[in-house]
Write a protein that binds this ligand. Structure first.
Ligand code: AMP
Ligand code: GLY
Length: 414
């Protein structure tokens, strides 16, 4: 098969690797990819959606897999569908489940899906006034816009609320609405649903390590590590499927925008049961790097089931192993950071390497982003996977290398 993967981070690298694992003969192209991915796969820059369509009409891929939310938010899936180019990813209207927190919250209310109570404000100034007047901390402040995982702030006091609004304006999110949300207590886990709009099948549970610091301290990031499977979440699977995923897919159909693709459910397991923190319209990064190496069913079969409306008959099989993914980031991330440092990779690492923020300079890889690369180890136990991945973290180096040293050590209990 010829497959085009849209995106250029660790997630897309892992998606490419999953297709290669099922059949080394697949012809895989990424756009834009990155210099690290280009060591293994052709990467082509296609400026704008029209160029992607042009490429597809010429190259006739069997499948286009859209990794990140941005092209989905911009309607790439709609455009590809118009040209009868098979693609994995929801329509622009359906992607609103991620791109508009307010759309998602209203949908959840209609579908009776458990989530934090919330109020939306058009004017961030009014939101801050409301927060201060209520004085009801902790609470959560979210930008109603895509912010690469960085538009969410937990305020435990008035001064933290003020600081959050300052950071929001630095992120350029203040032009858009703000959602102020009830703080939910519990533990977090992610679950993905492969769906053709009617039926769905869920993956293993995965856990993201979102904050920059050990023991979940510091700012939220795009994700600093991931672990799979999270067996402690299994007792909640049936309830999540019946009370969250099934009704939300029905609500999407009722709203005239059936959801076809991969639905990301970011969950908080609370004392009153699983609650949705957020839905995303795609696979997670770095959750994908931990999840897909465990998938035994060929990924192309999963995609075919989505495209041919036969997800009901899809049987997902998983390796009986554990995976631990650790992200190596640039010092300063998720704030400002320096880039351009050479990356030293040891030969013969046991872990898989998925590249994100890297560039090539004079034939060598240098850092060019906040999250630089992720390392993923699989093993028979979580402990062994953890040991292996951290040994390789020690073997991989660049100036300012930052990482969490507690990935997989979280206790998942109320
Ligand atoms: P989100 O992008 O909405 O998933 O938020 C990013 C992170 O902020 C989540 O993974 C949680 O750790 C935290 N968070 C978001 N909303 C809430 C909430 N209502 N209560 C507690 N923590 C939250
Ligand atoms: N790791 C969080 C996300 O992909 O949204």
């Amino acid at each position: 098969m010829k497959i085009l993967i849209i995106g250029g981070g660790g997630r897309e690298h892992a998606i490419a690797a999953a297709f290669t694992a099922e059949n080394a003969g697949h012809e895989i192209v990424l756009s834009p990819g990155n210099a690290g991915i280009a060591l293994e796969y052709p990467c082509v820059i296609m400026e704008g959606q029209a160029k992607i369509v042009e490429w597809c009409l010429r190259e006739k891929p069997s499948l286009v897999f859209i990794g990140p939310e941005q092209p989905l938010a911009e309607g790439l899936a709609d455009l590809l569908n118009e040209h009868k180019i098979p693609c994995i990813g929801p329509s622009q209207a359906a992607a609103r489940i991620e791109t508009s927190k307010i759309f998602a919250k209203e949908l959840m209310a209609k579908a009776n899906v458990p989530t934090a109570s919330w109020t939306a404000f058009d004017d961030p100034g009014l939101a801050l006034k409301h927060i201060i007047a209520k004085g009801n901390y902790p609470l959560v402040i979210k930008a109603d816009a895509l912010a690469a995982g960085k538009g969410v702030f937990i305020a435990r006091s008035e001064s933290e609320a003020q600081a959050a609004f300052q950071e929001l304006s630095a992120l350029c999110c203040t032009g858009s609405s703000v959602v102020v949300e009830e703080f939910l207590e519990g533990w977090e886990v992610s679950l993905f649903a492969f769906t053709d709009g009617e039926d769905f099948q869920t993956t293993l549970f995965v856990q993201d390590y979102k904050q920059i610091g050990d023991r979940d301290t510091g700012s939220n990031t795009g994700g600093m590590g991931a672990v799979c499977p999270i067996l402690e979440a299994e007792p909640y699977r049936q309830q999540i499927e019946a009370e969250i995923i099934s009704p939300i897919l029905k609500a999407m159909r009722d709203a005239g925008c059936p959801y076809r693709g991969i639905l990301y459910c970011g969950l908080m397991i609370t004392a009153r049961g699983p609650c949705i923190l957020e839905f995303n319209c795609r696979l997670g990064d770095p959750e994908t790097q931990a999840l897909l190496p465990l998938l035994q069913t060929p990924l192309s079969e999963v995609c075919a089931a989505i495209l041919q409306n036969r997800v009901r008959k899809l049987r997902l099989e998983w390796k009986d192993q554990y995976s631990v993914c650790v992200v190596l980031a640039s010092a300063g991330y998720p704030g400002s950071f320096q880039k351009g440092f050479p990356i030293r990779l040891s030969k013969g690492l046991a872990s898989r390497i998925y590249f994100s923020g890297v560039k090539s300079q004079l034939g060598s890889l240098i850092t060019s982003g906040g999250r630089v690369l992720s390392l993923v180890a699989l093993d028979e136990s979580m402990e062994a996977a953890r040991r292996n991945v951290y040994r390789d973290v020690g073997e991989t180096d660049f100036t300012g290398k930052c990482y969490r040293s507690d990935v997989s050590l979280r206790l998942n209990a109320l």
